[in-house]
Ligand binder design. Structure first.
Ligand SMILES: Cc1ncc(C[n+]2csc(CCOP(=O)(O)OP(=O)(O)O)c2C)c(N)n1
Ligand code: SF4
Length: 272
């Protein structure tokens, strides 16, 4: 078996939720052909995962981890492409890319490290920060209520929508595997404590529960499960699992249709 470790020094804070995501991903790809996998990362604490995995990887600009992945998939449709992105990366800086990748059903898997703030820059609020969050950019408390990113992605016509938790590594591993096997756009939102700036471990340990995989093709049921938790820190149950999973032709198949005689370079030049 290939050693996935690198020689990079790990600089995540002890007990950071990113460790759980790294461990679950390593297990999820244990039986994959690593020549057929590529990962992209945004910029932030989450993105250091690219430093810690001995695998094809691309460190993008902040907010641009998704278009980088879409480009890799279009150029080489045989690859499984996985995006590691933060909530700041994809729900603030690069939110338009996330919406459009879901809308066009790009065959990529997005792993959203949702620690509910910009962590690497020491704790500014993001679109999913809790109302009243006091950080470097909101010392008086954030006056906005959080966005529900999964509701947004359902509206954007994402074909696979799931949530897991970095503190439940087995569940996360299984969810990542299913997302990678899905043909089309898949999102796994990972609830992730940032122990230094927004430590949610106790809250998620207490409130998360695992859903049964049923009626995954019902949009109405998906919406109702997705809206069960409103991203507050009130004592409410938080469902983990797959909310929605439907079949729809992937973007690269439609984009590259009737282009089989051309080289990948020619196709890409036409698409730019
Ligand atoms: C275009 C751009 N804007 C801002 C920054 C500064 N910056 C670097 S990391 C970061 C925070 C990243 O937050 P998030 O994506 O949530 O990841 P986390 O650190 O929480 O894992 C910011 C704002 C940057 N590098 N590039
Ligand atoms: S600042 Fe937060 S997200 Fe970044 S490594 Fe430390 S605990 Fe993890």
């Amino acid at each position: 078996m290939i050693n996935l470790n690198t020689t990079c020094k790990n600089t995540w804070c002890p007990a950071c939720g990113n460790f759980g995501i790294l461990a679950a991903f390593k297990k999820a790809i244990e039986n994959e052909d690593l020549n057929k996998i590529a990962i992209t990362a945004g910029i932030g604490c989450h993105a250091k995962i690219a430093d810690y995995l001995n695998i094809n990887s691309f460190y993008s600009l902040h907010g641009r981890s998704i278009p980088a992945a879409e480009g890799i998939k279009l150029a080489n449709p045989e690859m499984k492409v996985i995006v590691f992105t933060g909530d700041g990366d994809s729900l603030d800086e690069g939110i338009a890319h996330l919406i459009h990748a879901a809308k066009r059903n790009s065959d990529i898997t997005v792993i959203l490290h949702n620690n509910r703030l910009f962590a690497l820059t020491t704790g500014q609020f993001t679109a999913v920060s809790v109302e009243g969050f006091k950080g470097k950019s909101t010392p008086m408390g954030a006056p906005e209520s959080p966005l529900n990113p999964l509701e947004l992605l359902l509206a954007a016509n994402a074909t696979f929508i799931a949530r897991s938790y970095s503190g439940n590594i087995k569940h996360l591993e299984e969810t990542i595997k299913k997302a990678m096997d899905h043909k089309g756009f898949s999102i796994v939102e990972v609830l992730e404590p940032c122990v230094s700036f927004f430590n949610t471990s106790e809250y998620y340990n207490k409130n998360t529960y695992v859903l049964e995989d049923k009626n995954l093709d019902s949009r109405e049921e998906a919406l109702s499960k997705i809206k069960e938790w409103d991203y507050t820190m009130e004592d409410k149950k938080i469902p983990l699992g797959i909310f929605y999973d439907i079949k729809k032709e992937e973007y690269h198949k439609r984009a590259l249709i009737n282009k089989k005689e051309e080289t990948v370079e020619e196709i890409l030049l036409e698409l730019i």
